[in-house]
Design a protein. Structure first.
Lengths: 622, 477, 163
């Protein structure tokens, strides 16, 4: 039996077995899941060790024929990913042991194991067809995971939202894979990489389709909108497991695969990737900053951090890609840890509303310390792991020469720290409300995974050489990239000074916001939340005006009505058009001239910018 | 600049500084002082321009800049009308005459400074002086709307100042001078640096904002509507034209940008002009407030001037300058009449007016003259300026713009006819039953201006030769 | 090597901080004037006499007059209302951030500037500069001053009457 079948088949079998176990047994399901994930973790370690020496485990089964084989291959990158997937599965299984609000234990562990099985398969797949198979499988379990985590209408609606968004993008992926296979003449990724495809003609379309699939899995804008909803409608272990860890791992893994391994990208596509990355960073972090719910705030950060990875990979230079991959694993560790602290606080205090929490440091010291470490890591404070991966991404970005993306990333970093200052302050440090005076520390089974992950944050920070040597470096070798600089080590250079500026700026912002909110830490983002133009945008965003899914769903009834009315329209066209048009135009102009400063200022600013851009273009600054 | 032009700026400034001391106790004295100053200036400039010797020579003896001279004449004309009008209008409205008239005179001085300056920095300083003075003028009476209008005026034209400052900085960096003549020489030599063109486009942007061209027009309706009534006439008739449109035309005229470096700028200018014409006319159609409607009409008329300035042919400049003058005359009449209506009928809400022709025939007929001139009905002055602009457009091959300009001119007539019907003609409203004609002192400025409109229309050949001689042949090379 | 120039920069910065952070409006206005004078000296030092002249006449002279007259008008009428001053206390932190940023990016720039001033010859005298070439601007500034005084009088008078 091949070693590679263990991480795929074992969880699958165990997941099915769990459904068969009687409901009257205590702890049996939990222990089985923990055992299975532990075995898988060991197997993954065993697969990684030879891969580092250049010996890849392979498993090839004839499948549909005609070159369409079912092949798995544990090369360095895949083995790295497999290890990460198994690691987080183990930790989440352990964490969920005594977590009450995760839905029925039977279904929860079924979903965890099945997701693990399919994620491992997707990570190992060498054939694009196999990858597609596992990828689509994940989609099914994403739906069941959310829908079965709570018995509410909200969770079912969110599950449907996640399913539809990912379903549509997976359809793109399917088309992209078909096109790629057709262009390359083979399904095997290692064969395609020998002769990379270019972006000319159909190749460009194929890449974009694949890119949509990868970005959607990773949760970049505009495909992220289900994640914040899931944070409200689903459980903390789910958030710690799927959106924080598995989805990011797979999405970024696949992004790296297609961008470096399968296709030869050009400057334009580099710009597209970096723009998507920067926009994701900024927009999501702006949204995160004003959230009032613990998990929802974290979930926006999960989106925002994806932006860094995309930015890193989008730089297309070895340093940036190393940073992107390093950030992927770092993000999974600290974000899982943060979601776990969210779960712990929710379990012990009964709420995740920042306005109702406060002063829990004394009651839950271990959780608080884990939170502080993970928050420092996500904010990129030296010497935790987030700092080192971000530093690599910054370097890669600067190397491309696009300063604006670097600035966007730094601004994102500032706002990240600002929002964690707000979060930490309002949960762990502010005055403790009377209702929370009996709160105690979370049980050991929940603390242990958090501590392990916090330790990872510290170890990967102080000892950034370890992942660089055993995980990231080999993965880059696998992609035939050879960075010029060392991937680890602390440098007292300008980048470090900039990070100090960012920290000072975030602290300044927080102190200002805190004082402006008159000592309510949870309101310390209000000065930005209700700022003139931003307030308006935020209000729209909270009404989900910018959510493509919600907008589309809202349009569905309209669309059918439209078809009906199209008929009426042709009647009307011949009847009252001229009169109505004049009236409409007049009303429009009256409504527009409403006397609102923000609207006027916005128009003025926009028009002035356009004017300068347009005139500068010809005969101007060029 | 010659000393003879400097006097038009200095005398009102001295007068303004004198009034608060002289007329502290006696408000009447302030009025007399201001009116006399302005009348003297008007007679002086009128004589300079229209003395028999000058007329006989076909204006060729005028050594000064014809554009500046014409603008000085317009400034004094409108200034005198407004100051004379407010003398009889202001009682009982909380207007402090000891400061109102000096501010009026300071803005006249500042406007003269604007039109006589030969240097972009000086121009900018005077534009700012004008902005400060207008800010206070808008809030002259005790109404609350005035404050809102003033603040809107100030805040929304602030970006314009920013753009102008930036442009000045870039200009100093790239050309090392602000002087019109030096810049003109640099541009004409063909060696103009792109940065210089860029700085001019920034200046142009700033002045476009100040002149209230769509999409920068948003402050105009609120400022005009909210301002103290005679001040609305002053603002709409002359202030925003001098602080914005004048500079736009000047830059377009002096610098021959559009043939050398920045043809794109010319396209933008023409496009914005056309959009202003359209948006202003459409928005004016359904307003209920008379002053707001006139404000939008003003936006539309400025569009014609900017459109012509963007075209930048000699004929187009003649049209633009003439339309600038005409706009000052007819818009002043209309705004002054709206003030009279407000005084007589107590409202300027068009839904509550009607049949006002019977009690107020003079106001009605001066409005008709101004409105027909705005809409371009021969033989009034507005007809000629629009005609020149449209012919210039047609000649230069901009046929689409020419046709659109003609069509929207018809729309102008439409909304003014609607206005006239709603206010003056039709059934007598309750307001019309009680109202009566305002005093001759209030009518005189409107009548004077209407006479100017008719005269400028009938004596159009003189005007044309003046503009052709002093502007088209000397400045547009 | 530290020169008088560095002290000048420091003094300007401190005056500017004082202008923003001061509780008393009169002190703030005077600190602002001091800042302007410092800036004018810096500009003159860097062979930008025109800019120095504008800075001195407009910022240090004219605007300060306006500010002080406005403050004296306010003083009699209105007690200072309580305000949240945290943002002002944060200003030194912000200045520190800018300083670090300047240290990263701006050092060569400052060096170049200092060289420029060091080797530069002095221009014309201030007065001749002012009168010879910018006469019209001076008139404009006088007009601005007149307008400012009139505005203060008319707007504040209206306000008083309103009360």
């Amino acid at each position: 039996m091949n070693l590679l079948s263990i991480p795929v088949l074992l969880p699958l079998a165990a997941g099915l077995l769990i459904l068969a176990i009687s409901d009257r047994t205590r702890w049996l399901r939990e222990l089985l899941a923990i055992g299975v994930t532990a075995v898988c973790f060991l197997a993954a370690l065993n697969a990684l060790a030879p891969a580092l020496l250049g010996q890849h485990y392979q498993l090839t089964l004839p499948w549909l024929g005609g070159g369409m084989d079912f092949s798995l291959k544990a090369d360095q990158l895949s083995a790295f990913l497999l290890l990460a997937v198994s690691f987080f599965s183990l930790l989440v299984s352990f964490y969920a042991f005594s977590f009450p609000d995760k839905g029925k234990a039977k279904w929860f562990y079924f979903n965890v194991l099945l997701t693990q099985s399919f994620a491992a398969g997707a990570a190992l797949a060498d054939s694009l067809l196999a990858l597609l198979f596992f990828w689509e499988g994940l989609l099914v379990f994403l739906y069941t995971f959310i829908a079965l985590s709570r018995d509410t209408a909200g969770s079912r609606a969110t599950a449907m939202k996640a399913f539809l968004i990912n379903g549509v993008t997976d359809l793109c992926l399917l088309l992209g894979i078909g096109l790629t296979a057709y262009l390359a003449g083979t399904m095997s990724m290692s064969e395609i990489s020998a002769e990379k495809l270019t972006l000319n003609g159909w190749g460009g379309l194929a890449y974009v389709l694949l890119l949509i699939g990868a970005l959607s899995k990773a949760g970049a804008i505009p495909f992220h909108t289900w994640i914040p909803d899931a944070a409200v409608d689903s459980s903390a272990p789910f958030m710690a497991y799927v959106p924080a860890a598995i989805d990011k791992l797979l999405g970024i893994y696949f992004l790296a695969r297609i961008s470096i391994y399968l296709f030869q990208l050009n400057g334009a596509m580099q710009l597209v990737l970096m723009t998507i990355g920067a926009l994701t960073i900024i927009i999501a972090v702006m949204m995160a900053f004003v959230q009032q719910d613990y998990k929802r705030l974290l979930s926006y950060h999960a989106v925002s951090q994806t932006g860094y990875m995309i930015l890193g990979i989008g730089t297309l230079n070895p340093i940036g890609i190393a940073g992107g991959l390093f950030h992927m694993i770092n993000h999974a560790s600290y974000k899982s840890c943060l979601f776990m602290t969210a779960g712990a606080v929710e379990r012990q205090a009964g709420t995740g509303d920042l306005g109702k929490l406060g002063g829990l440091f004394r009651a839950m010291p271990v959780t608080a310390v884990c939170f502080v470490i993970a928050a420092a890591a996500i904010s990129g404070i030296a010497p935790f792991n987030g700092f080192f991966s971000k530093e690599l991404i910054y370097k890669g970005t600067l190397e491309t020469g696009w300063l604006s993306f670097f600035i966007a990333a730094e601004v994102g970093s500032l706002l990240t720290l600002a929002s964690f200052l707000k979060l930490g302050h309002s949960v762990f440090f502010d005055k403790r409300p009377d209702e929370l005076k009996d709160v105690s520390e979370a049980p050991f089974s929940m603390l242990l995974p958090m501590l392990v992950l916090a330790a990872v944050c510290v170890v990967f920070g102080f000892g950034a050489a370890i992942p660089a040597a055993y995980l990231i470096g080999p993965a880059l070798d696998n992609l035939s990239l050879f960075p010029e600089h060392a991937l680890s080590g602390f440098h007292f250079d300008n980048l470090y000074l900039v990070s100090v500026i960012v920290i000072l700026g975030a602290v300044m912002n927080h102190v200002y916001g805190y004082s402006a909110a008159r000592g309510k830490a949870s309101k310390s983002s209000d000065h930005i939340h209700y700022a003139p133009v931003l307030g308006w945008l935020y209000a729209l965003a909270e009404k989900r005006f910018f959510d493509p899914y919600e907008q589309l769903m809202k349009r569905v009834p309209d669309f059918s009505a439209l078809l009906y009315k199209a008929d009426r329209f042709f009647d009307w066209l011949t009847d009252g058009l001229p009169v109505a048009a004049a009236g409409r135009l007049n009303d429009l102009s009256r409504r527009f001239h409403s006397g609102s400063y923000p609207a006027y200022m916005l128009l003025m600013g926009l028009a002035m910018t356009l004017f300068v851009l347009f005139t500068a273009n010809s005969g101007g600054i060029k | 600049m010659t000393i003879s032009l400097l006097q038009y700026m200095l005398i009102p400034l001295f007068s303004a500084l004198l009034i608060p001391f002289v007329a502290r106790r006696r408000g009447k004295l302030a009025e007399i002082f201001a009116n006399v100053t302005l009348l003297a200036g008007l007679i002086n400039i009128g004589w300079t321009l229209l003395s028999p010797a000058v007329l006989a020579s076909g204006f060729s003896v005028l050594a000064e800049d014809g554009f500046s001279l014409l603008m000085v004449l317009t400034i004094y004309l409108v200034g005198l009308c407004v100051s004379f009008f407010s003398a009889s209008y202001g009682q009982g409205r909380g207007v402090n005459t000891a400061y109102f008239y000096p501010l009026l005179l300071v803005s006249v001085a500042a406007m003269c400074g604007v039109v006589t300056s030969t240097d972009f920095f000086t121009l900018y300083i005077f534009v700012e002086v004008l902005a400060v003075a207008s800010f206070a003028l808008i809030t002259s009476d005790d109404g609350r709307e005035g404050v809102e209008g003033a603040i809107k005026y100030y805040l929304l034209t602030f970006p314009a100042s920013a753009a102008i400052m930036l442009g000045l900085a870039v200009m100093l960096l790239s050309a090392g001078t602000f002087s019109f003549d030096s810049i003109r020489i640099i541009v004409y030599s063909g060696a103009s640096a792109p940065a210089l063109v860029f700085s001019l486009s920034l200046l142009l942007l700033g002045f476009l904002v100040k002149s209230g061209v769509v999409p920068f027009h948003v402050w105009t309706p609120d400022a005009y509507q909210g301002a103290y009534a005679p001040v609305s006439a002053f603002l709409a008739g002359i202030v925003t034209k001098i602080s914005g449109v004048y500079a736009v035309v000047r830059i377009a005229m002096f610098l021959r940008l559009f043939e050398t470096g920045a043809f794109r700028l010319s396209e933008v200018l023409m496009f914005l002009g056309m959009v202003s014409i359209a948006v202003g006319a459409i928005a004016a159609m359904k307003q209920d407030d008379l002053k707001r409607m006139l404000a939008f009409s003003s936006v539309s008329q400025i569009g014609y001037i900017v459109l012509a300035a963007g075209l930048a042919t000699p004929l187009a400049f003649i049209g633009a300058v003439f339309h600038l003058f005409n706009h000052a005359t007819f818009k002043t009449v209309l705004f002054l009449n709206s003030a009279s209506l407000e005084k007589a009928a107590g409202t300027r809400d068009m839904t509550r007016l009607g049949g006002m022709e019977h009690p107020m025939p003079w106001t009605s007929w001066t409005s008709v003259i101004a409105m027909l001139s705005t809409a371009g009905i021969p033989p009034l002055s507005g007809f000629w300026s629009k005609l020149i602009i449209i012919i210039a457009l047609w000649d230069a091959g901009a046929v689409t713009y020419a046709v659109l300009a003609l069509l929207f001119s018809a729309l102008t007539l439409a909304y003014f006819l609607i206005m006239q019907r709603r206010i003056f003609f039709g059934k007598k409203s309750p307001a019309a039953e009680t109202a009566s004609e305002v005093s001759p002192a209030l009518l005189a400025p409107a009548v004077l201006m209407s006479a100017v409109i008719v005269a400028a229309g009938l004596l159009f050949p003189y005007f044309f030769s003046y503009l052709a001689e002093t502007i088209a042949s000397r400045m547009v090379l | 090597m530290i020169e008088y120039r560095e002290f000048l920069y420091l003094a300007v910065t401190l005056c500017a901080l004082a202008a923003v952070m001061s509780r008393n409006m009169l002190t703030a206005a005077i600190s602002l004037a001091a800042t302007s004078i410092g800036v004018a000296l810096v500009l003159f030092d860097f062979r930008a006499p025109w800019a120095a002249v504008f800075e001195l006449s407009v910022c240090a002279g004219l605007i300060t007059v306006l500010f002080i007259s406005a403050v004296s008008l306010l003083r009699k009428e209105e007690p200072f209302f309580a305000e949240d001053r945290t943002r002002f206390r944060l200003l030194p932190v912000f200045a520190l951030i800018v300083a670090i940023g300047g240290w990263i990016a701006g050092w060569p720039f400052f060096e170049a500037l200092a060289d420029y001033a060091r080797f530069g010859a002095r221009g014309q005298s201030l007065g001749s500069m002012l009168w010879e070439s910018r006469r019209m601007d001076l008139l404009g500034q006088i007009a601005m001053l007149a307008a400012g005084v009139l505005v203060i009088n008319s707007v504040f008078a209206a306000k008083k009457a309103g009360k």
